[in-house]
Design a protein around this ligand. Structure first.
Ligand SMILES: C[S@@+](CC[C@H](N)C(=O)[O-])C[C@H]1O[C@@H](n2cnc3c(N)ncnc32)[C@H](O)[C@@H]1O
Length: 338
């Protein structure tokens, strides 16, 4: 079995063949080189190059299809049945990645769009502001997908709408991290993006692999979430800088920062309402609105105080307010919820 954290300063295809047995990896999250002269990205990006690590290994465009075919076939081999792979890609070589994936047994689950503030300005065409994330799985065993790991099924956005649903939509808006004055890789993925992928598609103790480590951001988040990590980076400059940084990453250190999803059940769920109780809850709701500012927050407090669910509270308030069954004139948040 591979150790808790193992990193190799090697080409990922050769490295996988040498070090990673078949069907041993639970999750691969990776961001291959772009094949667009990535080592000259400073010409496109508006930022100070003095803090950007030298040593990004690029792949010539004409070699990209074969390069992609080789590493994706290794990825397929090392994934366990039921394991997942997320590949981050720009548009230029997306076709090569799709063609390589289709030559494997891997099954497409989602094509995610990651929208962010790109930092490139164009005046005579639309401005690029998204990346693609291809989410595939290896068939053969149940897939790890932790549907309720971040938001409980009944949690509501303060403007209405299910938080669980919103979090699982296939367009993700996550900005890149701005790290002024810190040494970084050319294209470090934001930790919020990695946290999200790793939470949904792995469990503590699982093995997470990144074939193109760059600034080791996948590995740092994996270790921070108490997963095991393995990966490859061809550049010795990037590798030696980041391996030193990895030693400062605390195992499980990110777990405290995770938001706990709200429990599904409420102690008074299903208990019948009296008219008196409805009136009291309505008065309390009106008072809380002034203090909390939003309906969502007021209902959150009421839910804790009464041990009742949000939907039930919304209905009771509507009944007390309208003096009827509540079927008409319900509060906004109830309409959006249902
Ligand atoms: C887009 S970057 C990865 C960025 C990384 N996800 C991060 O958050 O920092 C691609 C990385 O792959 C490395 N690389 C290029 N060819 C490689 C190969 N054949 N094997 C391993 N790493 C390679 C590059 O040096 C570069 O650091």
């Amino acid at each position: 079995m591979l150790h808790e954290a193992q990193f190799f300063n090697e080409d990922c295809v050769e490295g996988c063949r040498r070090h990673i047995p078949d069907s041993t990896v639970d999750l691969i999250v990776t961001d291959p080189p772009y094949g667009i002269q990535g080592h000259q990205l400073h010409k496109h990006y508006n930022r100070k190059e003095e803090f950007v690590l030298d040593g990004y290994v690029e792949v010539p465009a004409e070699e990209y299809p074969e390069f992609t075919r080789l590493w994706i076939s290794e990825a397929e081999r090392i994934l366990r049945p039921g394991g997942s792979i997320y590949i981050v890609s720009g548009y230029t070589h997306l076709v090569d990645i799709l063609v390589a994936l289709r030559a494997t047994s891997l099954r497409e689950v989602n094509h995610l769009v990651w929208k962010y503030n790109f930092g490139v300005y164009t005046s005579r065409k639309y401005i690029s502001s998204h990346y693609h994330i291809l989410y595939y799985v290896k068939p053969g065993r149940p897939i790890t997908f932790n549907t309720g790991c971040r938001y409980g099924p009944k949690e509501q956005h303060e403007n209405g709408g299910s938080l669980n649903y919103l979090d699982r939509e296939d367009v993700w808006v996550i900005n890149r991290e701005y790290k002024p004055g810190q040494t970084k890789n050319k294209n470090a993925l934001p930790s919020q993006l990695l946290i999200k992928i790793i939470q949904y598609s792995s469990n503590e103790g699982d093995l997470v692999c990144d074939l193109f480590l760059g600034s080791f951001s996948t590995a740092k988040v994996a270790i921070g979430l108490n997963r095991r990590a393995v990966g490859f980076e061809k550049s010795s400059t990037a590798f030696s800088h980041q391996v030193a940084e990895m030693k400062t990453v605390q195992r499980g250190g990110l777990l405290d920062q995770l938001r706990a999803p709200a429990l599904e059940s409420h102690p008074n769920q299903g208990k019948p309402w009296s008219d008196d109780e409805r009136r009291q809850v309505y008065r309390r709701y009106v008072g809380l609105l002034k203090v909390c500012g939003t309906k969502g927050k007021a209902i959150e407090v009421l839910s804790r105080e009464t041990g009742r669910g949000r939907f039930s509270l919304g209905k009771a308030i509507a009944v007390a307010k309208n003096g009827d069954s509540g079927a008409t004139g319900q509060l906004d948040f109830v309409e959006i919820v249902s």
